[in-house]
Design a protein around this ligand. Structure first.
Ligand SMILES: [Zn+2]
Length: 288
């Protein structure tokens, strides 16, 4: 969805230099994170109170220039303060996307939740589902990602390369299957798997998306009477939930960040990441 040329940067922490006089909570020197989503206010989604899905959404670093810059001016309404370090504040936004998926899935402590994919978004969903008190099952192909998923709160981790995923999930759930499945990969196969493995009358939340069309056995939608939900970006309440979770030290921030580099070293770090994607989690770029 990115248009070029573009300054990236939508997972941000910053220190306020100057602010409006009517916001003493945002005085110079206060550390903040910010919501990078800008919405139109008049489309159907905005009018329904769901600006995260605005038809004309512009995200910093995607459809408009982002925050990989020394100074940026943003509306005060987009800022969040918290009892968190700059490093922790930087992790808030990426976790909100997964947190929003758990909100869409209406996850409660009674639910067993399976998350397909333990990248950034999946990890956020696992942490948020665990924070909501649900039993959470992480599914991925890479053992290292599953280890981080366990640290983020997954009570079970399944390496999907072993095959027979449905049987393993049946063993964990007394044969019923997970109440909620969150798809955070975005392949035709995992889109179908979500519908196959979810319990009857369960909820499927799609937060990944697939570039090509996906063919489905639609009988399962009806036979299981599924709720199939999309999830996009995040709402202010998702930011507040993630901030609470981080303030309670419920997420392994240090394990999720592989390195912190200066702006001068960022190009090298990004090309290393491009060559070895599996070895890198998050790279933070420090500008001051
Ligand atoms: Zn709108």
């Amino acid at each position: 969805m990115v248009s070029y040329p573009r300054i990236p940067g939508h997972e941000i922490s910053a220190t306020i230099v100057e602010s409006q006089a009517d916001r003493p909570d945002l005085a110079a020197g206060v550390n903040v994170t910010l919501s990078p989503y800008f919405n139109c206010g008049t489309c159907a989604a905005c009018l329904r109170g769901r600006p995260n899905a605005c038809q004309f959404n512009q995200t910093l670093g995607v459809q408009r220039d982002g925050a990989l810059t020394e100074y940026i001016s943003v509306p005060a309404s987009r800022l969040y303060t918290a009892k968190l370090s700059l490093k922790e504040l930087c992790i808030v936004e990426p976790l909100t996307v997964g947190a929003h998926a758990t909100s869409r899935g209406r996850i409660t402590p009674q639910d067993t939740v399976a998350v397909l994919g333990c990248g950034g978004v999946g990890l956020g969903a696992i942490a948020a589902a665990h924070f909501r008190g649900a039993r959470t099952i992480a599914i991925d192909l890479e053992e290292e990602k599953l280890q981080l998923a366990r640290a983020a709160g997954a009570s079970h981790a399944i390496c999907a390369s072993g095959g027979n995923l449905q049987q393993q999930l049946a063993d964990i759930t007394d044969g019923r299957g997970p109440d909620v499945v969150i798809e955070a990969i975005g392949t035709p196969e995992t889109f179908r798997t979500a519908v196959d493995i979810v319990a009857s009358t369960g909820r499927v939340v799609y937060v990944g998306w697939v570039k090509e069309p996906v063919a489905y056995e639609t009988r399962l939608f009806v036979q299981k009477e599924l709720d199939i939900l999309g999830s996009r970006n995040a709402l202010p309440e998702d930011f507040r939930e993630v901030i609470c979770m981080l303030e309670e030290h419920r997420f392994p921030v240090d394990a999720a960040v592989s390195s912190i580099v200066s702006l001068e070293d960022a190009p090298g770090a990004l090309s290393d990441w491009s060559e070895n994607p599996a070895r890198v989690k998050k790279i933070m770029v420090r500008l001051t």
